[in-house]
Design a protein. Structure first.
Length: 296
C-alpha cells in the first residue's frame, strides 16, 4: 500500500476539508480526492461521508485512523534508521513543537538558537497554540512535542513531566494607583482585568477566584494575544496577570509596573508527548535541550 494515501487519509480526518488537506500537503484538491477514492477502493470500505459542511469520517474511517497513524509512525522510524545508517550519525530532521504564546515569546527563541548551534540538522517548527489545540495536535500527530502551562495533564494518551516553573506577576500601568503597592483580593476585585483566552490555566484560575469574591463582578476581557493585553494595561485600562518572563523587559524599562497582589503559585511547564507515538532522535534532542535550558 502506498503510504502517501494513508498520509492524505489522516490529514483529511484531521482537517475535515479537502481544500485544507490539499493546502497542507501541497497537492491539488483533485489529487486528494483521487487518493481517498483509491484508498477506499483498496480497503473495500467508505472512509468519509462527503457533506456540505466537509468530510466526516465514517465509523470505519474512525476505526482505521489509529491503525493508519501507527503505519505512518513506523514509516517515520524506518526512514530515520535508514538516514542514520547513511550519514555521520548526526541527529537531524523536522520537529513540530507546540507551546503557548508566552513561552514562544519568552523562552523558546534561545532554545532554538542553541539547537541550531548544537544540532544544525534539526529543523524546529514552532506552533503557538493554547492548551486544547496543543493537545489535539499531539493526538493527530501534527505536533511531536508540546509545552503546557498546566498544574496537571490528566490524559491517559499523554505523557507529561514538569521541567520548569513559571513565576506569575500582576502588572499595571506605572501611573495606576496600585502600581508598586500591596493589594489584596478586595482591591483587585474592583479592577478591570485583561486576561489570556479561555484554556490558559493561570488566567482561568484568576478568573475563577475573582468571580467568587463578594460584591459586583469584576470587568474581565479575554485576549488571544499577550501583546494586546500588555498594550491595554500600559494604556492604563486595567491590570493583567502574566508569566514574569513575558513582562521582564517592560518592567525594567518602566513601561509596566508590578502590583504586589495575593500570591499565586508558579505554574509548571509540562513537557508533553503522545504515549503511543514514536519519539524521533531529533525530538528527543529537542526535549533534552528544552529540559536543560528551561530548568536553568
Amino acid at each position: 500500500m502506498d503510504t502517501r494515501l494513508l498520509k492524505t487519509f489522516a490529514a483529511l480526518a484531521r482537517t475535515g476539508s479537502f481544500t485544507a488537506t490539499a493546502t497542507e500537503l501541497h497537492l491539488a484538491q483533485s489529487t486528494v480526492t483521487v487518493q481517498i477514492r483509491t484508498l477506499e477502493r483498496e480497503l473495500g470500505t467508505r472512509l468519509f461521508d462527503r457533506l456540505p459542511s466537509g468530510a466526516l469520517p465514517t465509523s470505519a474511517g474512525r476505526r482505521l485512523l489509529t491503525e493508519a497513524e501507527e503505519v505512518l509512525d513506523a514509516e517515520a522510524r524506518l526512514r530515520t534508521v535508514a538516514a542514520a545508517g547513511n550519514g555521520d550519525g548526526a541527529v537531524e530532521g523536522p520537529v513540530a513543537l507546540g507551546a503557548g504564546e508566552s513561552l514562544c515569546a519568552s523562552h523558546l527563541p534561545r532554545v532554538i538558537a542553541s539547537l541550531r548551534r548544537s544540532h544544525p540538522g534539526i529543523d524546529v517548527h514552532l506552533h503557538p497554540a493554547g492548551s486544547a489545540a496543543a493537545v489535539e495536535g499531539l493526538r493527530t500527530g501534527r505536533l511531536d512535542l508540546v509545552l503546557l502551562l498546566e498544574q496537571d495533564v490528566a490524559d491517559a494518551d499523554l505523557v507529561a513531566r514538569p521541567i520548569a516553573r513559571e513565576p506569575l506577576v500582576y502588572v499595571a500601568a506605572p501611573g495606576d494607583p496600585l502600581a508598586g503597592r500591596e493589594a489584596g483580593w478586595d482591591e483587585l476585585a474592583g479592577q478591570s482585568f485583561f486576561v489570556h483566552e479561555q484554556g490558559c490555566s493561570y488566567s482561568d484560575h484568576l478568573v475563577r477566584t475573582l468571580l467568587t469574591l463578594p460584591g459586583p463582578a469584576p470587568r474581565l476581557t479575554r485576549f488571544g494575544s499577550i501583546e494586546a493585553a500588555r498594550a491595554c494595561v500600559a494604556a492604563g485600562l486595567g491590570l493583567t496577570l502574566l508569566p514574569r518572563a513575558t513582562v521582564e523587559r517592560q518592567l525594567a524599562e518602566g513601561y509596566l509596573a508590578e502590583v504586589h497582589g495575593p500570591a499565586i503559585p508558579p505554574v509548571p511547564v509540562q513537557l508533553t508527548r503522545h504515549r503511543r507515538r514514536w519519539t524521533s532522535p531529533a525530538a528527543r534532542a529537542v526535549a533534552d535541550e528544552l529540559t536543560r535550558l528551561l530548568a536553568a
